[in-house]
Structure formats: C-alpha cells, structure tokens
Ligand binder design. Structure first.
Ligand SMILES: Nc1nc2c(c(=O)[nH]1)N[C@H]1C(S)=C(S)[C@@H](COP(=O)(O)O)O[C@H]1N2
Ligand SMILES: [Mo]
Length: 393
C-alpha cells in the first residue's frame, strides 16, 4: 500500500519563517530576503525558497509509505523507506533554482504569466539520500542504461500533491533514463536536507533532486516512478517551463515546437543591495551568488559600478577557507559560488553583475532580448540602483 496520504487542501500547511516574502499564498510560494542568501554558502532550510503548485500533502505514516516503481521494466516494485535507507547514502551539495527566478523584473518589460519572484527563488542545500542509479538497479536496470529492453528511455517522477494545472492530478516530470542511471549525474531520491529529515515544504518524506537542472524536475513528495518510452506528457513538461522567443505570444504559441527546459543557464545576482538602498559615499561591498546548470563551474564574475561601462572582477568562494577554482576537484560542481567585490562609489549609480561559466557562456545584457511569455530564465545582467547619500543600510 502506498502509505497514508492526507487531505488535498490548504487546511494543514506547515509553519514558515516570518521573514519570507510571500509571492502567493495558495499554493504557497515564498522567497527569503536577498541578504539571507549570501549569509551562508549552505542555505538554511527556513530561508530556502518554497515553490508549490498545490497544497502541501500530509504523509503521516512513514512505515506504510512506499514509492511504486513500474513501467517498461522487468521487476516492478514497491519501495518502502527502509529499502531506500538501506542503500548507500550520499550527501550532494546542489543548488536548486526555479526557472521563474527573477520573473518580476522580466514582467516590467512586458507582462508575463506566472508567480512573481525577485532574485531569491534559488538556494543551495546539502541533500542526503540514495542515488536514483542505485534505486533503479533494484528493479533490474543496470547503471548507464539509455534504453530498457522494453523501450523505456525516460524516468517519470509522479508526486502525491494535486494541482489545478493537472486538473486535480499529481505534479509530474521526467528526466532521461541515461541521466537517471548515471551515478556521476548525482540524481538523488533525497530524504534529508542539510543533515535533517526533509520537511514537509521541501518534499517529506522523499523527493527527487536533479542537480544542474531547473527546479521543476526535482519532484517533491514522490508517489511513484515510471520508466516510460516518451518523455512525461504532464502539464509542467509540455505546457510550461519551455523557453520561447520574444515573438511568441498567447495567440500564436505552439507548445510542441519547443523542448522542455532541463539544464539552467548561467545566472548571477547581487544580494547585498536592494534597489531602495542608500549608501554612504566610499567603499561599497557587493556580494551575491552565481550558478550555472549541467555541473558547469563559474569561471568569472564581473561587477560594474558605472552601469556596465567598466568592470572589476569579483572574488569567488564556496566553503570558507577553500579558494574556488572552477572545474577543480576541490569545488562542488552542482553548487553555486558566492562572490564579493569592493568598489568605490561616490555618486548615485547602477551597480551591475554578470557571470561567465566554465563553457564561457555569458549572461545576456538586456532582459528585453530574452523576454518570453512565461517569464522564465531571466538571466540578464543583474542591476541594482543605489542612491548615494545618507545610509539606510
Ligand atoms: N510535487 C511537486 N514537486 C515540485 C513542485 C510542485 O509544485 N509539486 N514544484 C517544482 C518547482 S517548479 C520547483 S522550482 C521546486 C521547488 O522546490 P522547493 O520548494 O523545495 O524549493 O520543486 C519542484 N517540485
Ligand atoms: Mo520552479
């Protein structure tokens, strides 16, 4: 039996930290203040953004809870938590970023559809759990399998929660089988976040973590896993989270012309300053995060205090005391990089940051050029207007 699942309504939402900025109440969508992101390399659970499409489900009998693994495989199985706990446990530090991060700024160019987010629909956590590659071995799929004998090529995660976009059905998404069975891709079925049992907001008791890929594929509250021949046909794979050109609008959109977004592109944002800040003339410290998808490192972060005319290079770090070197064994490839620069600011100006990843991908200068009707992947140069005068910091 798949365990006890609670009511699908908003009557039993968990408590949340009061400093979160709530972008939508039902379903609950909230992000921390910018400053919380740069206070630590590993984002505390309370300050980790919460992105939901339905009520937070209640799974209250952990012993009877199971995930049913079936589809194009030889040995379908119910996996109980004890089966998952028995597998080798991995701790993977990975940044999760919603494709809608920085959507509010994109909607200022032209209206977009979707929950508004400032720059904090992103967080970095240590996820503890079993590798999906090990889990799939339990149902007879060897490591590094691209297709099963019966033609399975994708792994679909189906959740417990119910969303209106799926007409009351569960949230779901898929990833390619080759990624799911590759131990190096570090795809997890996670039951811990930052060393503690996963909480309800983040997917208790079990969620997928797909490092380097937009958050939408890291399905929370797993109910079942299907090995399927075509990618998942769910709403969030086929009718959402796709990147369209600026010419596509709601009258001419043809969803089938684009692939579901998977890896996220290079991104960065300044977190030590808000647009409303007034700073004293003199040295200003500029800190923020930079991240890229697909396990690509951050090669450089450039900062400008004159609106992008001249640039200085910021220093980068992950864990304190260990200098960050992109692609080096000492760096955590799925995790963000924090950056810091100090510059002399004498008059009101625009402070800008842009990052370069290890494949030399750069962020686009203008949000207008990447505008898309769903407002996803706003990775344009991050700009903050500061007033120089009396400090309110
Ligand atoms: N079951 C389920 N999984 C889900 C979602 C959801 O609404 N339901 N939202 C997805 C999206 S869009 C994102 S960005 C991440 C957010 O994870 P978090 O709330 O733990 O930060 O979860 C993903 N997994
Ligand atoms: Mo998301």
């Amino acid at each position: 039996m798949p365990g006890v699942r609670g009511p699908s309504d908003y009557s039993r939402e968990p408590p949340r930290h009061p400093s979160l900025q709530i972008n939508a109440k039902e379903p609950f969508n909230a992000e921390p203040p910018r400053s919380a992101l740069v206070s630590s390399y590993v984002t505390p659970v309370d300050f980790f953004y919460k992105r939901n499409h339905g009520p937070i489900p209640v799974v209250d009998d952990i012993h009877s809870y199971s995930v049913y693994i079936s589809g194009s495989i030889e040995n379908p199985k119910h996996l109980f938590m004890k089966d998952i706990w028995a597998l080798p446990k991995y701790n993977v530090t990975a940044t999760l970023q919603c494709a809608g991060n920085r959507r509010t700024a994109m909607s200022k160019t032209r209206t977009v559809k979707g929950v508004g987010w400032d720059v904090s629909a992103i967080g970095n956590a240590v996820w503890g759990g079993a590798k999906l590659a090990d889990v799939l071995e339990l149902v007879g799929i060897p490591k590094l399998t691209g297709a099963t004998k019966s033609g399975g090529k994708h792994v679909e995660f189906v959740s417990v929660d119910k969303c209106k976009e799926e007409n009351g059905g569960p949230y779901k998404a898929s990833i390619p089988l080759i990624q799911a069975t590759n131990p190096e891709a570090d795809v997890l079925l996670a039951y811990e976040m930052n060393g503690k049992t996963l909480n309800r907001d983040h997917g208790y008791p079990l969620r997928a973590i797909v490092p380097g890929v937009i958050g939408a594929r890291s399905v929370k509250w797993l109910d079942s896993i299907n090995v399927i021949t075509e990618e998942c046909q769910g709403f969030f794979m086929q009718k959402d989270y796709k990147m369209f050109p600026p010419s596509v609008n709601w009258d001419n959109i043809n969803w089938s012309t684009r692939r579901p977004q998977m890896d996220f592109p290079v991104q960065c944002a300044i977190c030590s300053l808000e647009d409303v800040n007034a700073v004293k003339p003199g040295k200003v410290k500029i800190t923020g995060y930079a991240a890229s998808g697909g396990g690509r490192g951050i090669e450089r972060v450039d900062v400008s205090v004159d609106g992008g005319k001249t640039w200085i290079e910021a220093s980068r770090y992950q864990r304190t005391g260990i200098p960050y070197i992109a692609e080096h064994t000492s760096s955590e490839k799925w995790a963000w990089v924090l950056f810091e620069a100090t510059a002399d600011v004498q008059q009101s100006t625009e402070i800008v940051a842009k990052a370069v990843d290890s494949a030399a991908n750069v962020q686009p200068e203008k949000v207008e050029d990447i505008w898309n009707l769903r407002g996803i992947l706003n990775t344009s140069w991050h700009r903050v207007q500061v007033q120089v005068g009396h400090s309110n910091l």
